[in-house]
Design a protein. Structure first.
Lengths: 463, 463
């Protein structure tokens, strides 16, 4: 028996805006942050160590406190619950967390209340996988089709996918799971890198990072675009010079365009032969993405990191609006909603290439992509999962990307859980606003402001 | 000159769940609540009284604190700003509040961060209208077409409506605004009532309230459905007995059905000749609503109270998914986004029948509907705006519905502002958790729990 004895919620922020890491046409000053949930228990894991679950959702700075507070309110009801009982009914745990009608009003199933549910459920899934002594992908891959469908949230999806269809889809893959696991153990799961292409990097840094990506065995490289067309043309010229015509180049506009503008801008970038244009417009605009897709072919269309729930993905698939599904493990409501989207994508034949980067997302998506190949889609065609080499040093079980001879890939996670435990020392240093880093920085800034002759009025704070 | 000197944010909750007011198939225990924003200034209004702006967004209880805290963070930047400068550039104020890229990540443009922007901007619009000495609808109706389009957020809409089209649409109505104002001064703006049909009311109360609605001159009555088909048939039978075959009957499922279930259930309710089925499924499901609409005709389809932004409404219109647009003044980002949706609806020929009820929504929607008729749609065909007779006593300038001989209607607001100032005594009594009402209730409940022999484990708190 292992009961949850307490919930700890931390607002952890890393000062990534200082180096323009993560800068794009929409987000110029992202401080990669985690609303981090730890579920403590009075039990032990399979190694006899104290059992705890760790989960997070990703934000980019301000407002991380709001998500953390919401998670605190939602997670409170888990205290006192038995871990083995939770493990036996994770569908019920999901429904309880998402069915509080008063909190649901604030979404529903979107925005802060959904991000916070993701953090709480991610921690719960980590807890359950650690209790079982398995990496999360294997816990899920070991489930029977009926068990996996029972944890998936199929509400509002039955016009596109019924539970019976989902079970049949999984059963068709069940006999060959072991072969696909063996394949991934040899090759890793295919990845691409975004580390080279942040908008805030200068041309020399872009050129150097593209070369490093080539040298590291990457066959796919992604660049941010959308702020200035002349800049985009110059940067894509540099990237193509370095990576050559064969490697794949993807571009990402981070929602800055209206639909007609996306079509026009991409006509100018088409000569660089991009594999996909990512987030060409509002993430809510299913019909807009469909219009862009029709217009920019053979360039393909990708989106999903801001797609807020399974109902939106259902429509992206029904409308033929996207070629790649980039679901996000901090935005969808954890495994329960992710499995539903993986099932939908498999039915509609759309490859899932999850969004990653940020903080902790790479650690999570490796489990999702492996599960997708092993148990759901059963296919690697056109699949590449994002990888960004930031902030992994803060995790106790960081993801590993290695060149296995057939290109770079995520090495299969072997340790129990969802790989999302942050080192206690990192939490202590980067906890906002009282961690050592932020306290020191505030002291420095206060000293600097005091040294200036301040003529600023309160209105100067207006952005 | 009038500068904003402070921002006050209050979490105000009314215990409506005690009487099942507001109960429906999704929301069984709503405590109607307001995240309430007051912008104090050092200036005066046109009567020489201290000038302040008051605004709110509506929630149904838990989580109202989260919205209030988010509004507090967003509104802080308004302190020190000059009201006349704000009034001259309300488009810029809107963009500043919605463009913080770090907070935007938590939506974007949806959920808590959008609800809170609505509250802050609603207060700002109230402030600006009071400064001008005009009710909000008149401040907006007095703008030139170019001025009104300049405050509207048309981002992501240009594939459906350009700024030039919007100006042309408004110019076509401009010469006849005075005639329409004169008409509404005689008749009021048409309303319907939801007060009769909450799901938690028993049959006798339903029958009595339907009769009272008929006696009060209502030509449209709405009932909640979707929890149990036999109950729905019995309740609609009672309602039709009382209101007769001529008056309009609407039904509202509050999102409880999947698409196939909505179609099946509405086939069973069609004999009661409902004018519309409201919220048949997930509010995010544009394509699902389109499928339901095709299947249930001639019953029409309405949605919008949970439609989170203008990009979603654009798609509801483009897909031919709805017959009635029920925008919500607490969920869209205030006037700036509402005007964009009114313009889209006018272009697509979809009547706007705003969602109201809750707390403060009726006070706001009267301004929106009057503006729509006077300056934008210019038409009353198929227009009825919701009215629920709860909680108006807490407002200093409550909406008034009267039977003018041609049916019940909202009497045109005459006092300056957006009608959303709550009496200070009501705030003091219902502020959560420290207002008098909640403090007394907590003391009573603590006394009761202490009196029971408590065998409850912490797990019993799990819902």
């Amino acid at each position: 028996m292992a009961r949850i004895t307490s919930v700890e919620i931390e607002d952890v922020r890393f000062p990534t805006s200082l180096t323009a890491d993560g800068s794009d046409a929409m987000n110029k000053d992202a401080d990669y942050s985690a609303a981090y949930v730890v579920l403590r228990t009075d039990g032990t894991d399979t190694l006899g160590d104290p059992l705890a679950g760790h989960g997070l959702t990703f934000t980019i700075g301000r407002g991380n406190d709001i998500v953390a507070e919401t998670a605190r309110q939602q997670a409170a009801a888990l205290v006192g619950r038995d871990v083995d009982e939770l493990a036996a009914d994770m569908g019920g745990v999901y429904r309880a967390l998402t069915s509080d009608s008063q909190l649901r009003w604030l979404g529903p199933e979107k925005g802060v209340v959904h991000l916070s549910v993701a953090a709480v459920l991610n921690a719960t899934w980590d807890l359950v996988a650690r209790r079982a002594g398995k990496p999360l992908w294997r816990l899920l891959a070991d489930m029977t089709p009926a068990e996996l469908v029972a944890v998936a949230d199929l509400r509002y999806l039955s016009d596109a996918l019924t539970a019976d269809e989902a079970v049949a889809l999984l059963e068709a893959r069940a006999a060959t799971k072991a072969e696909r696991i063996a394949h991934l153990e040899r090759t890793g799961y295919p990845v691409y890198t975004t580390s080279a292409g942040w908008l805030g990097y200068d041309d020399d840094k872009l050129r150097r990072l593209c070369q490093e990506a080539v040298d590291a065995g990457y066959g796919h490289i992604k660049l941010k675009v959308g702020a200035d067309l002349a800049d985009d043309v110059r940067r894509l010229t540099i990237a193509r010079e370095v990576i050559g015509p064969e490697r794949r180049l993807m571009v990402d506009a981070n929602q800055v365009w209206d639909v007609p503008q996306a079509i026009e801008w991409m006509a100018a970038l088409a000569p660089f032969d991009p594999l996909w244009i990512e987030e060409p417009t509002s993430p809510d605009d299913v019909l807009g993405h469909a219009a862009v897709r029709r217009a920019v072919a053979p360039v393909r269309v990708a989106t999903g990191e801001h797609c807020h729930n399974r109902v939106m993905f259902k429509q992206f698939f029904q409308a033929g609006a996207i070629d790649f599904c980039q679901l996000d493990t901090g935005r969808l409501a954890s495994v329960n909603e992710i499995v539903a989207v993986l099932l939908l994508a498999a039915k509609f034949g759309v490859p899932v290439c999850p969004h990653a980067g940020g903080v902790g997302l790479c650690e999570m998506v490796q489990h999702v992509s492996v599960l997708d190949y092993v148990a759901i889609a059963g296919d690697l065609t056109d699949r590449v999962t994002e990888y960004v080499d930031h902030l992994h040093e803060h995790f106790t079980d960081p993801c590993v990307v290695a060149d296995t001879g057939s290109g770079s890939g995520y090495v299969l996670p072997r340790r129990p859980g969802y790989s999302t435990q942050i080192h206690a020392a990192s939490v202590a240093r980067f906890r906002f606003p009282d961690g050592e880093y932020w306290a020191e920085r505030r002291a420095r800034e206060t000293a600097r402001v005091t040294a200036q002759s301040s003529e600023e009025s309160p209105a100067a704070a207006w952005r």
